[in-house]
Design a protein around this ligand. Structure first.
Ligand code: GCO
Ligand code: MG
Length: 412
C-alpha cells in the first residue's frame, strides 16, 4: 500500500489547527494532528518542505520504520516542531492501518484494558463563588474529576481562568485554554508567586468544605514556581488530597522535581511540553513523578508515546495525557485509543471543542458518566470535512505571557 498524497490542511474554526491527511493507492486516507499552539506554521513548513516529499511513494503499512526513518534521517532530532510533524505522520499511518484492518486503533494496540477513560474537566473562577459555580456546572456536565484554577487577589489576568468578559457578553464562560489570542502580539498577563502561594490553600480548603472529601481535584502550576516554592505548595495542599499537582516547576529541569519530591506527598504530573522519552527518562527512572502528561501530538505520535508509557509502567507511573482544546479532535482520538489500550492509564484531560471545530472534524467518540470512549469506527474515528475547513482560514495567534510587578518577564 503506497502513499500517493500527503496534504497539510490549516484551518481555524475556533482556533488554528494543522492536520496531515495521507492518501494511499488503495484509496484509504488517514489523519494526523500537527497543531503546535502559537507556532503552527513552523510545523506546516516542516511537513510540506521536508517530510511530505519523503512520504510520497513509501509504504503506508510501515509505521515503526517510517517513524525511525524520520527521526534518524533528519540528524537534527527532537524539539517540538520536528516531533509534532512526526506525530502527525504516525497518527495518520495508524488511522490507515485501522481502516485497512477494519478495526479501531485501540484494537491494534492490544485491545481495551478498561471500559472507558476517566476524564477531568477544567473548573475556574476569578473568585471562590465563581469557582463553585464552575465546579457545579462541570459536575452537571458529567465530570467526576475536576481541575481547579482560581484568580489571585491583586492579579488582573492569570492562566487558566475562564473569561468573565465572554460570559458577561453572552459568550462561552467555559475556559478555552487561552485560545492563542488572535492578533499580532501576545497578550500580557501579570504574576506574583507569593500572593498565589498565600491564596491557593484557602481556596482548596473552601472547595473541600463545599464539595466533600471524595471528588478528585487537580491543579496546574503551569511552570511558574521555583523548586522550593513548589515544595512548599505541595506540602500546604496535602490536607486537601489532590489527585495531582501539575507542572509545578519549569519542565526543562528534571532535577527540580527531585527537590519537590523530597518535601511532599502530593502526587506530581509533568510533561505536556515534552517531546521524547529523553525528557521523561530521569523522572521515570528515579520515580520523581506520578503521571506522564505527554500528548500524542507533541511526543512524536502513538508509537513513541506508547513506549514511554510502557517504560513508566515498570515504575507504577500512569498516564495523564494532555488534552486541552489546542490538541485537535484527531490528536484527542489518538490519546483515547492509546489510553484505552495501555494498562497504566491514569486519567485523561478533556475539554469539549467548540461547535465550529466539531463541524470541521466529524468524530465518533462518546462521553458519558464521566468517561470517554473512542468508539468502534475503523482507524481513529475522525474525518475532516474539507468544505467546512476551507471556510475558516488561518489567523495569526499567540499564547499570552507573564510579567511581574517590576516588569520582569516570567513563565506563563
Ligand atoms: C493544560 C495546559 C494548557 C496549555 C496549553 C498551551 O494543562 O491543559 O497547561 O492549558 O496552556 O495547551 O497551548
Ligand atoms: Mg498544563
Amino acid at each position: 500500500m503506497k502513499i500517493t498524497a500527503a496534504d497539510v490542511i490549516v484551518t481555524s474554526p475556533d482556533r488554528n489547527f494543522v492536520t496531515l491527511r495521507i492518501t494511499t493507492d488503495e484509496g484509504l486516507t488517514g489523519l494526523g494532528d500537527a497543531t503546535l499552539n502559537g507556532r503552527e506554521l513552523a510545523v506546516v513548513a516542516y511537513l510540506r518542505e521536508h517530510v511530505v516529499p519523503l512520504l510520497i511513494g513509501s509504504d503506508a503499512s510501515r509505521i515503526e520504520d517510517t517513524w525511525q526513518f524520520l527521526y534518524r534521517s533528519a540528524y537534527w532530532r527532537r524539539g517540538p516542531v520536528t516531533m509534532t510533524a512526526s506525530a502527525a505522520v504516525d497518527m495518520a499511518l495508524w488511522d490507515i492501518k485501522g481502516k485497512a484492518a477494519g478495526m479501531p486503533v485501540y484494537q491494534l494496540l492490544g485491545g481495551a484494558s478498561r471500559d472507558g477513560l476517566m476524564a477531568y474537566g477544567h473548573a475556574s473562577g476569578k473568585t471562590t463563588d465563581e469557582l463553585f459555580d464552575s465546579i457545579r456546572e462541570h459536575l452537571d456536565a458529567g465530570y467526576r474529576s475536576i481541575r481547579v484554577q482560581t484568580g489571585v487577589p491583586g492579579l488582573k489576568a492569570i492562566y487558566g481562568i475562564a473569561s468573565q468578559a465572554a460570559a458577561a457578553g453572552g459568550g462561552e464562560a467555559r475556559y478555552d485554554h487561552e485560545p492563542a489570542r488572535r492578533g499580532a502580539r501576545p497578550t500580557e498577563e501579570d504574576w506574583d508567586t507569593r500572593a498565589y502561594l498565600k491564596h491557593l490553600p484557602g481556596v482548596f480548603e473552601a472547595v473541600r468544605n463545599e464539595f466533600g472529601p471524595d471528588l478528585p481535584l487537580l491543579h496546574d502550576g503551569h511552570h511558574r514556581m521555583t523548586p522550593i516554592q513548589a515544595a512548599k505548595l505541595g506540602k500546604s495542599l496535602e490536607p486537601y488530597d489532590l489527585f495531582w499537582l501539575e507542572d509545578c516547576t519549569p519542565a526543562e529541569n528534571q532535577e527540580a522535581l527531585r527537590l519537590v519530591r523530597q518535601h511532599t506527598t502530593t502526587p506530581l504530573a509533568i510533561g505536556e511540553i515534552f517531546n521524547t522519552v529523553w525528557d521523561f527518562k530521569d523522572l521515570i527512572r528515579d520515580q520523581l513523578i506520578d503521571y506522564v502528561r505527554g500528548a500524542v501530538t507533541h511526543m512524536g505520535g502513538i508509537t513513541p508515546l506508547r513506549k514511554t508509557l510502557d517504560y513508566a509502567a515498570q515504575y507504577q507511573i500512569k498516564s495523564g495525557m494532555h488534552g486541552p482544546t489546542d490538541v485537535s479532535p484527531v490528536g484527542m482520538a489518538a490519546a483515547m485509543h492509546l489510553g484505552l489500550a495501555i494498562h497504566n492509564f491514569g486519567i485523561q484531560e478533556y475539554m469539549p471543542h467548540g461547535a465550529r471545530t466539531n463541524e470541521v472534524f466529524e468524530q465518533s467518540f462518546s462521553w458519558s458518566g464521566g468517561y470517554l470512549h473512542p468508539g468502534e469506527k475503523p482507524g481513529l474515528g475522525v474525518e475532516l470535512n474539507a468544505d467546512a475547513a476551507g471556510r475558516y482560514p488561518y489567523e495569526q495567534a499567540y499564547l499570552p505571557y507573564n510579567r511581574l510587578a517590576d516588569g520582569t518577564v516570567h513563565d506563563w
